[in-house]
Design a binder for this molecule. Structure first.
Ligand SMILES: [Zn+2]
Length: 109
């Protein structure tokens, strides 16, 4: 989700600047990188391309509609094997060397 910022000019008019991509603060349920600004806002993870519909690792076997019906368990396994939640999405994700701008908090599930 993008946020817009506005700046007050010297003459008190407001000027819109942006959109601004917010700092990632929360963990992707699929790749475990801290790559999302918030949870459940259908943001697409730049690391694994999982679309965050709010499902979390306590529902590993529930199909995720926005992610072509894959479960988180399948997505996590695909990320491990192909570098994306689905092998077809590997061409869209960051290269492994570009992931370093995000922090990884790996979970063993
Ligand atoms: Zn991810």
């Amino acid at each position: 989700m993008l946020n817009w910022i506005k700046r007050r000019l010297g003459n008190n008019d407001l000027q819109w600047e942006g959109p601004v991509v917010p700092e990632p603060r929360v963990q992707c349920p699929c790749c475990d990188y801290i790559s999302l600004a918030e949870r459940g806002s259908y943001q697409i993870c730049p690391v694994c391309f999982w679309e965050d519909d709010g499902q979390d690792v306590d529902e590993l076997d529930a199909p995720s509609g926005p992610n072509h019906g894959l479960t988180l368990r399948q997505g996590r396994r695909n990320f491990h094997d192909f570098g994306a939640y689905e092998s077809d999405m590997a061409k869209y994700v960051l290269l492994p060397e570009q992931r370093s701008r995000f922090r990884l908090q790996e979970r063993q599930l």
